[in-house]
Design a protein around this ligand. Structure first.
Ligand SMILES: NC(=O)c1ccc[n+]([C@@H]2O[C@H](COP(=O)([O-])OP(=O)(O)OC[C@H]3O[C@@H](n4cnc5c(N)ncnc54)[C@H](O)[C@@H]3O)[C@@H](O)[C@H]2O)c1
Length: 431
């Protein structure tokens, strides 16, 4: 099965050096883990595909397939089985968890991650868990899914709580990563009032918790606070150009008021706060159907469908890979920087160029796997939605000088991993 090749990807950084780990030791907090350990959590299929024949040979075949899929990580992979005849799956729990660092109590943090079952949250949780911290995920599963963190359920350092952040929540903790908020336009526009409520009430509740426990509080804000910017690239002291009543306002203004609230608690009550303004991020576990450009393009190209560009394709975007974002969030949390910090990749592409790059990488992966498509996918242009910003690119000087952080992953490298992730999901039948 071609998804087996995922284990052998070589990932090179901008200087052509192989990336084998993510993270670094900074501000007294070691965030380094091996890329293979992380990949074993998101890139390898987590079940075997043996049709049940009921002749007793299944068990042996399943074990063989399982060993092939999981390679060195076999001891801590689930052995769930996909039955292609009935298109059903029998789940098992993990036989053993991936090894996590053994930290002395003085270094081990009790970390609350709201929205921890979402795309960004689940990668942050994987990293914090592998690093040996105690992690509690708080999520209402509006856009997130239990499956993104199910590989940790039952681990003594891990807790998963179904809870809506618009309601107060009490827990003892040292650090709060407050990520809970739908992030893609179809999701945050699905119920605009709820999005504003989540942004305001959720942040209010988590800041109250931070005040009571004296935990450090980090909010995942967004480049959307800059709206359709008149300044390019956007530094943190640019105040933005936001339409307060348009269809995106529930998210953009929601995040702006969440930042206001954060600095209110900081000034009035001395809450220790961090504000990350995250720019477009992509990576495995992104919902493929939520209309974000990267997943749209990859899924369309992998399915052999035409790729849709909204507008003339000349609007520009910058894309950062998930591991760079997690590095940045952890560095910010553990630094002394209380001002907002842009975290993003400043390599800029027009959407048209980006579509071509995705097509090229999909074709490369298909060629390597010997799955050549019958026809080349085309790139088609459609009308642009309201309020879609024309230009967006971070000025990351502050992150560089204050956190010593800069992105390591090229868009090409991240895309290749992402293409392989979606391709494996398609082969599994789960996409
Ligand atoms: N992904 C990006 O490119 C990006 C860019 C800028 C900012 N951000 C921010 O990062 C955070 C995470 O984004 P993501 O891409 O992982 O999105 P996501 O939708 O995958 O994750 C959000 C998580 O929050 C949960 N959630 C939503 N409302 C909730 C509520 N009321 N109570 C409890 N849980 C709730 C969802 O179920 C989900 O698990 C968001 O705050 C988003 O605004 C993301």
């Amino acid at each position: 099965m071609s998804s087996l090749k995922t284990a052998s990807i070589r990932t090179l950084d901008k200087n052509g050096r192989e990336i084998t780990t993510v993270g670094f030791e900074r501000f007294g907090f070691d965030s380094e883990v091996s890329l293979d350990a992380l990949r074993s959590l998101y890139l390898r299929p987590h079940y075997v595909t043996v049709a049940s024949k009921g002749d007793g040979e299944d068990d042996i075949q399943q074990l063989e397939q399982h060993a092939k899929f999981t390679k060195d990580a076999a001891a801590y992979q689930s052995k769930s089985i996909y039955h292609s005849d009935s298109h059903s799956i029998s789940y098992t729990t993990l036989s053993r968890f991936p090894p996590v660092k053994l930290l002395p109590p003085s270094n081990r943090k009790r970390v609350l991650v709201t929205g921890g079952a979402g795309f960004v949250g689940s990668h942050l949780v994987d990293r914090l868990m592998l690093l040996g911290h105690e992690v509690t995920v708080l999520d209402n599963f509006f856009t997130g899914s239990k499956t993104t963190v199910s590989h940790w359920v039952g681990h003594p350092n891990f807790e998963l709580v179904r809870h809506d952040v618009v309601e107060p929540f009490m827990i003892e903790c040292d650090q709060i990563y407050h990520l809970a908020c739908p992030a893609s336009p179809p999701h945050y526009q699905f119920n605009a009032v709820k999005t504003v409520k989540t942004s305001f009430m959720g942040t209010y509740n988590m800041l109250g918790l931070a005040k009571r426990t004296k935990a450090r509080f980090l909010i995942s804000s967004t480049s959307e606070v800059y709206g359709d910017p008149e300044v390019h690239p956007q530094p943190e002291d640019y105040w933005g150009h936001v339409n307060p009543i348009g269809p995106r306002a529930c998210y953009d203004e929601g995040k702006r008021v969440a930042e206001t609230l954060t600095y209110g608690y900081h000034r009035q009550d001395g809450v220790d706060v961090r504000v990350a303004r995250i720019f477009n991020t992509y990576g495995p576990r992104m919902n493929p159907f939520d209309g974000r450009v990267v997943s749209n393009f990859i899924v369309q190209a992998l399915r052999g469908e035409d790729m849709t560009v909204y507008g003339d394709g000349k609007q520009t975007r910058s894309f950062q890979y998930i591991h760079d974002l997690v590095d940045g969030l952890i560095a910010l949390m553990n630094s002394d920087e209380t001002r907002p910090v842009n975290i993003g990749n400043s390599d800029e592409f027009t959407i048209g160029e980006f579509a071509e790059l995705v097509r090229e990488i999909v074709e490369k992966v298909q060629k390597e796997d010997g799955d050549l498509p019958t026809r080349r996918v085309q790139i088609v242009y459609k009308p642009i939605p309201t309020d879609d910003p024309q230009k967006r690119r971070p000025d990351t000087t502050r992150a560089k000088t204050s956190l010593g952080w800069q992105p390591k992953w090229t868009v090409r490298m991240g895309l290749e991993e992402m293409v392989r992730y979606y391709k494996a999901k398609m082969l599994e039948g789960s996409l």
